[in-house]
Ligand binder design. Structure first.
Ligand SMILES: [Zn+2]
Length: 135
């Protein structure tokens, strides 16, 4: 059984989670100013337009900043420490908070290139995570 916290899926975020389940990474894009937006919301963060569409992105990104968790956030995380939590600049612009999955957490660095993978944690929920990209 999966014992870690699961995302709260609401009508605004559902397309993101549905796509993740299909192993596709999607973000919103403003049809007016073309800005890519994450996290999901009802209006563009740049021009406030409500004409947002969902588009698939490359899944490629760069680590903007990260932290290494050395104490588990709860019993369910005990097996996993140390693990890397990072804010990743997607190639298309928006930032996403996720995990960097690697056997070498000490090797995680700011500016490192990463790419998305998909972790099917339950029947309903798939979490996009990132791994170091092959250089
Ligand atoms: Zn806009």
């Amino acid at each position: 059984m999966y014992e870690k916290p699961l995302p709260v899926i609401d009508p605004t975020t559902r397309p993101f989670w549905d796509a993740a389940k299909a192993h596709r990474l999607v973000v919103q894009r403003c049809q007016d100013c073309k800005m890519h937006i994450f996290i999901p919301r009802s209006n563009c963060t740049s021009c406030f337009s409500d004409r947002l569409e969902w588009v698939e992105v490359s899944g490629e990104g760069t680590i903007y900043t990260y932290t290494i968790a050395r104490r588990p956030a709860g019993p369910a995380f005990k097996e996993e420490v140390p693990y890397a939590v990072a804010i990743i600049d997607l190639k298309e612009g928006p930032r996403i908070l996720s995990n960097v999955v690697t056997d070498d957490v000490e090797g995680v660095t700011i500016g490192q290139k990463v790419r998305v993978i998909f972790d099917d944690v339950t029947e309903d929920v798939t979490l996009p995570k990132f791994v170091p990209a092959e250089s």
